[in-house]
Design a protein around this ligand. Structure first.
Ligand code: ARG
Length: 486
């Protein structure tokens, strides 16, 4: 019931656009598609502006804003500095995403970083990205969010003691399976879940903001005055605080993974970014103020889950709404993450960069089911063997290496491919700034506190070459792969 995704994805006028902007190999596969177009199966363009915004906002707002504010306060030791970092993270995400808007409207194939690396640097770096991303980045995002989901879902029922870790892991696995099912069933169902959960989580955000406004109106402003009274934090502490904040904003590039399914991407991609990211930044800023209207910074640091403490203070009999909101929020975010991950797998494997079978699309359901199942299996293993904190640290370090890489790709292509159509052109200073900051984000924690794990992370990225040379460059097909394809 599967067909190979080599035939491409688009219908409608965007096909031409993709043809002119893809890399040599990409173009080859797209041209190849032309002749087989009629009997080909492809992912349809179903993502409009609303769904585009939902894919960004609904993925970005996940667990972070409900758990990280205390972490940021601990690391900076000051309400004012924390707040500035929250805003700076939003601005950095917006600048990064604007650069991705140029990349995504110039090369309209799905797969984000993978497609841009392919164009700018060629197949080997693109392969390294898909290697790290399919084996580590995407599954770890999924695992972190599902673990947070489980923690809150279980907490709602167990109030007397800490819930057993095995129960949390089982619930997290259940979440992975449910989301996998939704996304394999149909693209429409995946999108519907995304839209509904995004709307629901925006309502939850609104409840927090209104609660905070009510408290402020009562005159509870004492924790917001003198916000800069504490000593300034160290440079390294600021970098790690950024990591905590940036996790809450991660997902700003999510729509770039599914460009081939966006209707009129050259308009809707930049628009969704320009609407989505400032909206999230505004929500996060207001939520932080609301928390401080309801509790002191010390109470915030001591709270296991700020949002739940907030609910207990403000919502009275409706306090249960808070853990429920967090589960809704994380479930939606995990759904958006898997939706994007499946597309990355699909795009990379149709170029022969991953097992061929991962590029298959289910004939009737038109979903990239094998890619989705593959990601979910690795995510499940991470749920079983990892913890939220260890996963976040490793994730952020590796992710920012690649976000920086995309900025280099943009700059390189301004010179190597000056004639590619660029429906949206970002001012050059923006990718340069993001590149410098990502360099700082990657280097600062290593300089501040050298850990062997960072070396392992780099070695792991490079280890991909061991697979690249025989299987992709020389085109050897291991026996088991051949059997799968047959
Ligand atoms: N920002 C989300 C959160 O706070 C995590 C998003 C994961 N990243 C992604 N690209 N799907 O939980």
């Amino acid at each position: 019931t599967y067909t190979n995704g080599h035939v491409g994805t688009a219908d409608g006028p965007e096909t031409t656009e993709a043809d002119t902007s893809g890399s040599g190999r990409m173009r080859k596969s797209l041209e190849g598609r032309g002749s087989t177009q009629n009997d080909s199966i492809h992912l349809k363009r179903r993502v409009g502006l609303f769904s585009g915004v939902a894919l960004i906002v609904g993925t970005m707002i996940g667990s972070g804003i409900f758990v990280s504010p205390s972490g940021l306060l601990v690391r900076t030791g000051s309400v004012g500095v924390s707040f500035l970092i929250w805003l700076a993270c939003g601005l950095l995400s917006l600048l990064g995403a604007l650069s991705y808007a140029e990349l995504g409207t110039m090369n309209t194939s799905s797969g984000a970083e993978w497609a841009y690396f392919m164009d700018a640097f060629g197949p080997a770096p693109a392969f390294l990205f898909s290697w790290v991303s399919t084996l580590v980045l995407k599954p770890s995002q999924m695992a972190i969010i599902c673990l947070s989901f489980a923690q809150y879902a279980v907490e709602a029922f167990v109030s007397e003691c800490d819930p057993p870790i095995s129960v949390i892991k089982m619930v997290a696995l259940l979440a992975v399976i449910m989301i996998l099912f939704v996304n394999c069933y149909s693209v429409d169902l995946g999108m519907a879940v995304q839209n509904i959960f995004t709307a629901a989580k925006l309502v939850a955000v609104l409840i927090v903001i209104c609660g905070g406004a009510y408290k402020l109106a009562q005159g509870n402003v004492q924790h917001l005055t003198n916000a800069f009274n504490n000593p300034a934090p160290s440079v390294g502490a600021v970098a790690t605080a950024f990591y905590t904040g940036l996790w809450a904003y991660d997902g700003w590039n999510n729509l770039n993974y599914v460009t081939e399914e966006i209707q009129n991407p050259s308009k809707n991609l930049p628009r969704s970014i320009i609407i989505g990211i400032p909206l999230v930044t505004l929500c996060y800023a207001l939520i932080n103020i609301s928390y401080l209207a309801a509790m002191s910074p010390i109470e915030m640091i001591e709270s296991e889950a700020v949002a739940v403490t907030f609910g207990n203070r403000i919502l009275g009999a409706l306090a249960w709404l808070m853990p429920l909101s967090v589960t809704v929020s994380t479930f939606g975010s995990a759904n958006g993450t898997l939706f994007a991950a499946g597309r990355l797998c699909f795009a990379a494997s149709r170029e022969g960069h991953l097992l061929d079978i991962l590029s298959y699309v289910h004939v009737r359901r038109l979903t990239p089911a094998p890619g989705l199942i593959f990601h979910s299996l690795i995510a499940a293993a991470m749920v079983l063997y990892g913890t939220i904190d260890s996963l976040i640290d490793f994730f952020s370090f590796t992710a920012w290496i690649f976000y920086g890489g995309s900025m280099v790709a943009l700059l390189v292509m301004r010179y190597t491919k000056p004639n590619y159509p660029r429906p949206y052109k970002v001012p050059l200073i923006i990718p340069i700034l993001v590149l410098v900051i990502s360099g700082y984000l990657v280097a600062a924690p290593i300089v501040e506190k050298p850990q062997i794990e960072y070396l392992y992370a780099v070695l792991f990225i490079l280890a991909g070459l061991i697979f690249y040379v025989p299987f992709v460059k020389m085109g050897l097909t291991p026996r088991f792969m051949g059997m799968l394809i047959l």
